[in-house]
Design a protein around this ligand. Structure first.
Ligand code: PLP
Length: 441
């Protein structure tokens, strides 16, 4: 019996497992050089890896180079990069303005051992772009930005508990995708359910006296591009204002949606906001900022100031690239990208709905994630309930169609992606639906 004759007769689970096995085998055959480099890396790095999110079975691709929105792997395959480095790669791989800002900074010397003019200019531009940020501090990552925002909250309120939400990702040591992680920093976490107004209200009431902060993403980003419902964010704002806890909005991903971030779109004012990813032009970057009286806790001119160290916080390369990034992404560009992303997601969802595929692309603007489920995706549990085998098959089918995206199904559009690349994605998804419909029809 041929493989396809056996698949047609096999029950759906067995046939899907077989299709996945074939997809993994085809991937392995097509990528010998990636596999060789992976095996070599395993000799010196656990799992050949230094960034967990990039790992997937049987081994991840090794990327050799990128140009605009395209990538080439070690075996010479070309892809349209729809991952956009999980939102950090907004400008594509070869933006000339950012490259020349980096060169200009390097021309004046590396590691200057002191303050520079660029950091204050960059800070002024960030404060101008995000109206709830009166004062800002730079870090090297979004993780650090959240850690320092939390430190400001516990220090200024004198309280210890932090309300976060299942499915949220605030950094490598502040992760709640599938509950708290053993690597998380030991804050007194209270974990609520995203978009659950009644349950969250009960938690806010129960911990009213002891909550230092609520830390929340305006959309679960890494956790599946699940937008917060505006009433949910409003509840958090109103309750924290009354109880004296700080509202920290983690806009590391969502700040790209519009000037002022998602909070600006909804008219919700955070006490502190954290930023990262694309705002450093694609280089290591993070920032936290907010109301001047809270940020004053970090003012070294005051006797009891909080220390915020970091050798590379003001490194000239990121400061210079960040200034160029703001020039390259003015307010109208942010709005246009959000519209383009909304249109693409609508088109993809129409395709899924018309074909009867149990697939949905959730998200906002240029940020989206595919889920294989028929339920409405509103929280972390809805994401976990999706069919993970279909998602893996989708991933391998997209790679073989020249579409690079996250193994978990995330897409973050970059500015060089235009209508023809969007068409390539829509056609690849249509072809997946056509070829794989036996798994749900
Ligand atoms: N916050 C959010 C919403 C994120 O998506 C991420 C990274 O994916 C982080 C924080 C952590 O940023 P970094 O990876 O720069 O530490």
């Amino acid at each position: 019996m041929t493989t396809s004759a056996r698949s047609a007769a096999a029950p759906r689970g067995e046939a899907l497992a077989e299709a996945l096995q074939e997809a993994r085998a085809a991937y392995t055959r097509a990528n010998p050089e990636s596999q060789r480099q992976f095996d070599a890396a395993c000799a010196h790095m656990p799992g050949g890896n230094t960034r967990t999110v990039l790992f997937h079975s049987p081994f991840p691709l090794r990327i050799a180079r990128g140009q605009d929105c395209r990538l080439w792997d070690a075996d010479g395959h070309e892809y349209v990069n729809f991952l956009g480095d999980f939102t950090a790669g907004l400008f594509g791989h070869t933006n000339p303005a950012i490259a020349s800002a980096v060169s200009a900074a390097l021309a004046n010397g590396i590691s200057l051992s002191g303050h520079n003019e660029l950091e204050a200019r960059f800070a002024a531009r960030i404060c101008e772009r995000f109206p709830t940020i009166d004062r800002v501090r730079f870090t090297n990552s979004g993780t650090e930005a959240n850690l320092l925002a939390l430190a400001a909250a516990t220090a200024t309120t004198g309280r210890s508990k932090i309300l976060v939400f299942d499915g949220a990702y605030h950094g490598s040591v502040i992760a709640f995708t599938g509950g708290s992680k053993p690597t998380n920093v030991p804050h007194e976490w209270v974990i609520g359910t995203y978009n659950d107004i009644d349950g969250t209200k009960a938690l806010l009431d129960a911990h009213r006296q002891s909550l230092a902060a609520v830390l929340v993403e305006p959309m679960l980003g890494s956790g599946g591009c699940v937008p917060a419902e505006p009433e949910f964010l409003r509840l958090l704002r109103e309750h924290t204002r009354e109880s004296g806890a700080l509202l920290i909005l983690d806009e590391v991903m969502t700040s790209r949606l519009a000037v002022g971030g998602r909070q600006g779109m909804l008219g919700i004012e955070a006490d502190l906001t954290t930023l990262g990813k694309y705002l450093g032009g694609g280089l290591s970057f993070g920032a936290f900022g907010g109301r001047s009286e809270i940020m004053a806790a970090y003012d070294p001119r005051t006797p009891e100031f909080l220390s915020h160290a970091g050798t590379f916080n003001n490194n000239v390369v990121t400061m210079s690239a960040g200034l160029a990034a703001l020039d390259e992404f003015p307010p109208n560009a942010a709005d246009q990208l959000t519209v383009r992303g909304d249109q693409l997601r609508t088109e993809l969802n129409q395709l899924c709905a018309q074909s009867g595929a149990p697939m949905v692309f959730t998200g906002l603007g240029s940020l989206m994630t595919v889920h294989f489920t028929e339920r409405t995706v509103r929280c972390g549990a809805d994401v976990v309930a999706g069919d993970q085998e279909l998602k893996e098959l989708f991933f391998f089918d997209m790679l073989s169609a020249g579409i690079y995206l996250a193994r978990r199904g995330m897409i973050a559009l970059s500015l060089p992606i235009g209508p023809s690349e969007c068409r390539e994605l829509v056609e690849a998804v249509a072809s997946f639906i056509e070829h794989r419909r036996r798994f749900w029809a």
